[in-house]
Design a protein around this ligand. Structure first.
Ligand SMILES: [Zn+2]
Ligand SMILES: [Zn+2]
Length: 641
């Protein structure tokens, strides 16, 4: 009789053939057997450790969402017989299913589909797992070409391994899938369909265009409502809309998709960001470098980019001195700087930092405002060091990362160690050393982290820092990579005491990522209301009537002389309207200039929260604001007593 150890320390003898669910609490929707996710119906033949997977766990949500995806496809097949279904994974916050329907549908059909899903949930159909041979599966899915294609490409290990294919069936409907699933459809307590989109089969623009239906599913109706609330909030904070309203940037048709221009207000915002990045890097011992936007093909051949990364690069420009490529990364240029002189072991580490503009030919369908772009500027840094310095240098990168992000109000990162992917330019031995160094540094840093198998870049393993924004969304902002591969490819060296030449190791770090993407994140995080140091316009002066205009101009000019960004609202609007306009522009401080202010020489200050303080002296105001801006604090100053 298999002996099952339970998470609470109890143990239980499970009769042969009995499902694992029988020893787990009733709220469980799946189980983890020795770390592996299984169905509650799984009957272990040997003993092991069993834990319940609860609906609100990360794994539980995955199981719920993936089960909801099945029910979605099932409902569509019921409503539109002849539907061909492709794939339906769970994703962050929800799920989708890609389908080929017999005719077009629109978002107005979503309520109908949801209604049918509710009927299936109401019927509480059990999910039944079956194992089929490959030929049985091809028969089972005789009229489902996408499923057949998946079964035929099984060697790639997409669904099941070897010759057996697993299928989950509820009622008459079946899908090819590894599982696990909720025991029955009745366990789907809270779901909704959210939108429709087009998606190419396997993301391939030459294959058929499918209909992708998105949905979301949660453990409880309360969680679902909270999520819907977050969506409403996110909509209000959308950086594309706020970027337009605040006149920060645009992406004109003439430039091409994914390329952005920064308007004057965006320009000053960006200068603030860039100055800060350079300042922090200098303070942490980095040297600033500058490199061109294009380079000859030989550089990219040596670096491995043309071999592994060409799909993301713009095609070459042909000239009489060779083919030139726009850079998708800055690393090879920094390697060239390292190699520009002979380095002794005493010169290491060499720390280089650049605001380097890169170009990546991202797929059209993935472009999204400033979050997914084709041209952007990374705060990119590379450390070249001796292997014995590696862990310390990684730790320094972690410290810099946390320091920089805390300035923006991002704390408590979610940290992930991604190990080597299948496609890589480094040997398994190099990858192992790099992963080991990253893991050592993580252990020494005291940061909690999780491991993402095979999610590293083609250079090798990496550590990602994700931060939570003001409305609870996680953003992957920083990547730190340890790399033995590029030093090898570029034959980088340093000389030790006995004149022997050794190979250094490289750390890649982009802390904010691209400034474009980081700006999008900041806009959504702050809902456009930037802290003073980042605000393009810091003070707006509102003359009550025309006769106050001259005084307002003079004050603005004095504020600018002290280093503040002040403008006068010269429109002929009423004060009420001017105040409203300043609120929409998210201006941190507003000064109302009327007869009293001119008479007394003092200021009436209105902060972003709408608190008005009269009788503030000019010098006090300027001094307090300069202090607020230079300290880069996130909180607004309070005037008055
Ligand atoms: Zn499934
Ligand atoms: Zn790099």
């Amino acid at each position: 009789m298999p002996r099952i150890e339970l998470a609470d320390g109890r143990a239980s003898e499970l009769p042969e053939g009995e499902p694992i669910g029988s020893v787990l609490p009733p709220e469980a929707i799946a189980a983890r057997m020795d770390g592996e996710l299984v169905d509650l119906s799984f009957a272990p033949s040997i003993g092991g450790k069993a834990e319940p997977v609860l609906p609100a766990d990360a794994d539980g949500l995955h199981v719920l969402r993936h089960s909801a995806a099945h029910v979605l496809a099932q409902a569509v097949c019921d409503l539109w017989p002849g539907t061909k279904y492709a794939i339906g994974p769970s994703i962050d916050d929800g799920f989708y299913y890609d389908l080929e329907l017999p005719g077009p549908i629109s978002e107005t059909d979503l309520p109908r589909i949801e209604e049918r899903m509710r009927e299936i949930v109401g019927a509480d159909q059990p999910f039944v797992r079956e194992e089929l041979s490959r030929s049985q599966a091809l028969d089972r899915f005789a009229d489902q070409p996408y499923k057949r294609e998946i079964v035929e490409s099984l060697e790639e290990g997409e669904v099941g391994g070897g010759e057996t294919v697993t299928v989950y069936r509820n009622d008459g409907w079946a899908d090819l899938c590894l599982g696990p699933h909720v025991p029955s459809t009745g366990r789907l307590k809270a779901f909704a369909l959210t939108k429709l989109a087009g998606a190419y089969w396997r993301g391939d623009e030459t294959r058929s265009m499918l209909t992708r239906i998105y949905g979301t599913a949660w453990a409880t109706p309360k969680d679902l409502r909270a999520y819907e609330q977050r969506l409403v909030e996110a909509e209000k904070r959308d950086h594309r809309r706020l970027g337009r309203e605040l006149d920060l940037f645009s992406s004109p048709e003439e430039l091409g998709p994914g390329l952005w221009i920064w308007h004057p207000k965006g320009g000053i915002f960006r200068k603030q960001l860039e100055d800060y990045v350079r300042e922090v890097n200098l303070a942490h011992g980095f040297d600033l470098v500058v490199t061109p936007h294009i380079a000859r093909s030989v550089l990219w051949e040596t670096s491995g980019h043309l071999e592994k990364y060409a799909d993301n690069m713009y095609p070459p420009m042909q000239t009489e001195t060779g083919d030139y490529y726009a850079k998708p990364m800055n690393c090879p240029f920094h390697v060239m700087i390292y190699k520009s002189s002979t380095r002794s072991y005493r010169d290491l580490p060499v720390r280089l930092s650049e605001l380097g503009t890169i170009y990546r030919h991202e797929r059209m369908g993935t472009l999204h405002g400033l979050l997914r772009i084709r041209g952007g500027t990374q705060d990119d840094s590379h450390v070249v060091c001796r292997p014995d310095q590696l862990v310390d240098e990684i730790l320094r990168a972690f410290a810099l990362t946390q320091e920089m992000h805390s300035t923006f109000g991002f704390t408590d990162p979610v940290v992930e160690l991604s190990t080597l992917p299948g496609e890589s330019i480094v040997t398994p031995e190099m990858a192992e050393r790099a992963t080991g160094a990253l893991r050592d540094a993580l252990e020494r840093s005291g940061l909690e982290y999780r491991i993402a198998e095979g999610e590293g870049s083609f250079y090798g393993p990496k550590v990602d820092f994700h931060f939570r924004d003001a409305i609870g969304r996680l953003w992957q902002l920083t990547t730190v990579q340890a790399d033995f591969g590029l030093p090898e490819r570029f034959q980088m060296e340093y000389v030790v005491e006995d004149n022997q030449r050794h190979r250094p190791v490289m750390i890649h770090r982009a802390t904010l990522g691209t400034l474009e993407r980081f700006t999008a994140v900041l806009i959504e995080h702050y809902a456009g209301a930037f802290p003073l140091w980042l605000s393009p316009e810091q003070v707006r002066l509102l003359p009550v009537a025309d006769r106050h205009l001259e005084h307002a101009r003079e004050l603005a000019s004095r504020l600018r002389d002290t280093g503040l960004r002040a403008v006068v609202d010269e429109s002929g609007e009423t004060v009420g309207r001017k105040v409203r306009a300043a609120q929409l522009a998210k201006t941190p401080y507003v000064l109302v200039i009327g007869d009293k202010e001119i008479e007394s020489g003092d200021l009436t200050v209105r902060d972003r929260a709408g608190t008005e303080t009269k009788g503030v002296g000019f010098d006090d105001f300027a001094r307090v604001l300069m202090g607020e801006a230079s300290s880069r604090t996130l909180t607004q100053s309070v005037f008055g007593i």
